[in-house]
Ligand binder design. Sequence first.
Ligand SMILES: *Cc1c(COP(=O)(O)O)cnc(C)c1O
Ligand code: SF4
Length: 413
Amino acid sequence: MTSREVSLKRAEELNKYNEPFENAKKNIIRGTSYAFRVRYAVQKEKIMAMLGGTDDEWDSWTWQIKHRTEDLDLLSEVLHLTSGEREAIKKVGEKYRWAITPYYLALIDPENPRDPVRLMSVPSVEELDESGVSDPMDEEHTNPAGVITQRYPDRLIINVTNACAMFCRHCQRRRKISGYDSDSSAKEIMDSIQYIRENKHIRDVLITGGDPLTLRNGFLEDLIAEIRSINHVEIIRIGTRTLVTMPQRITPAFVDILQKYAPIYINTQFNHPQEITRESVAACNRLSNAGIPLGNQMVLLKGVNDDKHIVRLLNHELLKARVRPYYIFHAKQVIGTAHFGTSIDDGIEIMEHLRGYTSGMAIPTYIVNAPGGGGKTPMQPQYIMDKNEDFVTLRTWEGKIVKYPNNPVCHHD
Ligand SMILES: *Cc1c(COP(=O)(O)O)cnc(C)c1O
Ligand code: SF4
């Protein structure tokens, strides 16, 4: 065989690796597909009519937040709910808050009780299960000042609010989110800034919550300007799920503010390809075009995205929207979210089917948060099978075992 023939044969072999994904992909609904757009348009009209809204109002984030659905009767008109499901929502509602933005509600397939967006937003009876812990992050013991959480030497989190555009059913901060909306006080914020000012090691500040983008532009600008004025702070990051649940929040005025205080990074949380819609992509584009790099922090959720094909498709869709898949978080056992739990093996299996199969750019790091505030810990399939001073035995993505010198050696070719 000529080398061209060998290469062609190899290319054919490689094609075979792609087939299971290509087949699975046909059955995963994408938020940019025609079928989705048709369904979304119908649901949007229906919801707007019920709320008495206009297209312009739909596109306004203040309207979206003000008209969050917290009403079971309205929900039952938009989605097909059995009487058992209605009963469950009522019961869960007495214990945990729920609210869904009209936009996010319109993403749900009204006839599918297992719709991934529905699982993330509509309460289910499984939330009444009491197993799990309430503070697995141990955030109470990593709070050196104000509303700061610090677990690392050179970076920290500042929690500016516990309000969110909507209440994700899988929220890992449920303990803090689901009571009532409260923004951190001016004193708490000032104490936090003061701590950062005095700690010269802090070069990376993450603004998070809750969702900081529930706050007004003016407040956010003051806060960002204050942090930016600290010489040793190199980068600012904002964590928000509004790109997913309320993309209307990313207004040109807001983007203009961010642009002034570059470098700013935004991390968001898309969990399923159905969430990547024309609207959310437009919001991503406004940010990317202004030079704000975007990252995604997926949460691994049973029934939503615990599937290697869904995760791969999600990451492809993200890259098309210029969002870099950054982390996959293993879901902790937070009370009320146990039904979303997967095993770490499930997560590693997904990672196994990314490396080699798809662009390195589409491969995030799979993270388990170590108990007791121990920090983010990467989980990986095993690629080092054996190791001594002279040799490392490697396993390639295809499962080939190869020996590789451990120490630098002289090459005489
Ligand atoms: C996640 C987290 C960070 C940021 O971690 P990176 O790995 O740098 O993204 C910083 N501080 C705290 C407390 C965190 O939980
Ligand atoms: S946006 Fe984040 S903090 Fe808010 S409810 Fe959803 S997961 Fe929790």
